[in-house]
Write a protein that binds this ligand. Structure first.
Ligand SMILES: [Zn+2]
Ligand SMILES: [Zn+2]
Length: 147
């Protein structure tokens, strides 16, 4: 089973974003870019740091650990493939497909992802960075204050 299954959606979204950015980012920049209240982001980052998927230097930058990179790459791959599937089968808009894919990425098991890849002739490799063009998160709804 996919190791991020138990991670929460916000955690998944941060990992996916850091994977996309491919460079360390200041927490404040992540909060601004993803439109997450700073206090909410801080608690998400604390949980990610505790799970050793990110390294977060207080008042410094946030970066993926090697294990975090592996998880984020896997998660992003699920995201891209699910998004592709939703657009092709349900004709969802890019933004809706992206939001749903982010939501589902950590919950869908690898067997289902493989089946989608077989159906659509997609590569099962972990890097599918060309399949999502909705990474600015500008349309993402505000995060609730607590979750
Ligand atoms: Zn997407
Ligand atoms: Zn998988």
């Amino acid at each position: 089973m996919f190791e991020t299954t138990l991670l929460k959606e916000k955690e998944n979204q941060i990992l996916d974003f850091l994977f996309y950015k491919k460079e360390p980012m200041k927490a404040g920049d992540i909060a601004d870019r993803m439109k997450i209240p700073h206090s909410t982001l801080n608690s998400v980052l604390k949980r990610l740091a505790a799970s050793e998927t990110i390294k977060w230097e207080k008042y410094g930058s946030v970066s993926l650990t090697p294990a975090g990179y592996e998880t984020a790459a896997h998660l992003s791959n699920h995201h891209f493939i699910i998004e592709h599937f939703l657009k092709k089968t349900l004709d969802l808009s890019d933004a809706t497909a992206h939001d749903s894919a982010i939501h589902l990425a950590g919950r869908v098991d690898c067997e289902l992802i493989d089946a989608i890849c077989d159906k659509f002739g997609l590569s099962k490799s972990k890097i599918q960075a060309n399949l999502c063009d909705q990474r600015d998160y500008s349309h993402t709804e505000e995060f609730p204050e607590s979750f």
